[in-house]
Design a protein around this ligand. Structure first.
Ligand code: SF4
Ligand SMILES: [Zn+2]
Length: 495
């Protein structure tokens, strides 16, 4: 992978007296005139210092902080691992590869970073006749800074960028569908995205409510068919806005995975049954091309993609026109393992999986590397309960794991098995243990294979219903009275 330095940094300037600031200033401190924003094109090193003590987000030392002076006298600071000399010029070096992944450290100005990463891609064409779909991640109800949903300020930055590059407000649509069993209105309210769309005068559409388009493909003799929201195929430009997060089923959720929100709910269920890794890769072959702006302002680590993950303050934004190159690059930068669906997507031609031919532009590679905690395979707080995933979808898995996280931590020998989804046989279950089937799929499957147990019905069942049933058993066996313990002490950020 070749690395480049790009000096371009947004500065705020006074059109009246030519003062400049490297942080947002709305009115000139000298003449009170409203400021403007611009990029400087050329910077020279006028000072630097070496930092040898690590700090959060700057774990690798030594590095240098250089003071750069732009063409018009404005000064900015930049982190670098290359030893600078006074008078050095900072200029763009796009070496080698054709595929670009751009990255920006977010300091004061999210919309400035969004504009920077998109400008660095160079050829994102926008005009006044194009109909645009912005596709954030709105899977679960969560706050803007939780790392679970796309930060609304990133969405706002993309809308501003599109408008300032010629798109018409009425041609911009923001749209997504939520995980099965959740309510889009509460997600829009909780995340603050509904308010952003209203303020920006841009329409929001729930893709689950759109018409349907069927697309199918046959790969290696295997048929794969998906129903998508028809709106996805009516737009000239799609801007995909995933959150950078870990995902206990998929491994990582980035550009390729985020497009699953374009599929209708029946197809989302089908994708899990089909095998999620393969389905994500195949689905991307059926979708129109898209540009990705990945929101790493606050990402999610550990047991993502929902509230059981831990918010990770990354302060980064990425962009790319090739989702495979982007996903693999971000994984490498953040110390995450690439996933099977990324490698498969590369093999079937969704994008470029050869990182040696990918150029990372915008920041130095080392200046943006971080280490995210990978997702654990299980989150069961007690050894007395084992969970069996029968390729269930996000609705059941999320509600079950949240319910389990609310049980007290405990050790002991295995007493019960909890199964969800429908792809499991008797061989995966222990006939001597008590069984709970979570969700209608698992109940039907248990009947099919002739096993007895307790069903918790729903598609998906509510977290509270799962918790109630499990705790009745759990505390009854322990001689406690159900409901006398805290229900949310283990939640890191409440729903
Ligand atoms: S019961 Fe659960 S696993 Fe089955 S379709 Fe509904 S949410 Fe998905
Ligand atoms: Zn002024």
């Amino acid at each position: 992978m070749s690395i480049s330095l790009v000096p371009a940094r947004m500065v705020w300037f006074c059109p009246n007296c030519s003062l400049e600031w490297s942080y947002p200033v709305k009115y000139c401190t000298n003449c009170r005139k409203e400021t403007g924003k611009k990029d400087s094109s050329r910077y020279v090193v006028v000072g630097f210092t070496q930092i040898s003590i690590p700090s959060p987000k700057n774990e690798t030392v030594p590095y240098y902080v250089v003071l750069l002076e732009g063409d018009s006298g404005g000064r900015i600071l930049k982190k670098t691992f290359k030893e600078p000399r006074l008078g050095d010029e900072f200029r763009e070096v796009l070496s080698g590869g054709r595929t670009l992944v751009s990255v920006s450290r977010v300091k004061y100005d999210i919309s400035g970073s969004v504009a920077k990463v998109l400008n660095l891609l160079g050829d994102v064409k926008i005009n006044e006749t194009q109909k645009v779909l912005i596709k954030p991640n709105l899977s679960f109800p969560a706050n803007a800074s939780s790392g679970v949903v796309t930060n609304p300020l990133v969405v706002e930055g993309v809308i501003e960028y599109l408008l300032s590059n010629g798109a018409r407000r009425e041609d911009i649509l923001v749209g997504d569908s939520c995980a099965i069993g959740f309510d889009m209105n509460s997600i829009l309210r909780k995340s603050g995205l509904g308010e952003v769309c209203e303020r920006m005068g841009v329409e929001f559409i729930d893709l689950e409510e759109c018409g349907t388009v069927l697309r199918e493909i046959e790969i290696s003799g295997e048929k794969f068919r998906i129903e998508f929201a028809d709106e996805v195929f009516k737009r000239d430009l799609i801007v995909n806005l995933p959150v950078v997060k870990t995902h206990f089923q998929a491994g990582v959720s980035l550009a390729l995975k985020n497009m699953k929100g374009c599929a209708k709910s029946q197809s989302k269920k089908y994708m899990h049954r089909f095998g999620l890794q393969k389905a994500i890769a195949y689905m991307n072959l059926l979708l129109p091309k898209y540009v990705t702006v990945a929101d790493g302002t606050v990402g999610l680590e550990g047991f993502g993609p929902s509230v059981l993950g831990r918010p990770a303050d990354l302060g980064l934004i990425f962009a790319g026109k090739d989702p495979v190159a982007l996903d693999l690059t971000v994984c490498r930068l953040l110390g995450l393992e690439s996933t099977e669906y990324m490698r498969l997507a590369s093999r079937i031609g969704v994008g470029n999986g050869d990182l040696d031919s990918v150029s990372v532009v915008g920041e130095e590679y080392q200046a943006v590397t971080r280490r995210l905690e990978r997702p654990a395979q299980e989150f069961s707080p007690t050894e007395r309960i084992r969970v069996i995933d029968g390729n269930g979808c996000s609705g059941c898995s999320n509600n079950l794991w949240v319910a389990l996280s609310r049980l007290p931590k405990d050790t002991g020998s295995l007493e019960a098995e909890v199964v969800f989804g429908s792809y499991f046989g008797p061989d995966r279950l222990d006939s001597l243990k008590l069984k709970f089937a979570v969700g209608d799929c698992a109940i039907v499957r248990m009947r099919e294979i002739g096993l007895e147990g307790q069903g918790i019905s729903g598609c998906p069942p509510e977290t509270e219903a799962i918790l109630r049933r499990l705790s009745e058993w759990y505390f009854h066996r322990r001689g406690h009275v159900a409901g006398t313990w805290s229900t949310n002490s283990l939640l890191r950020h409440p729903l």
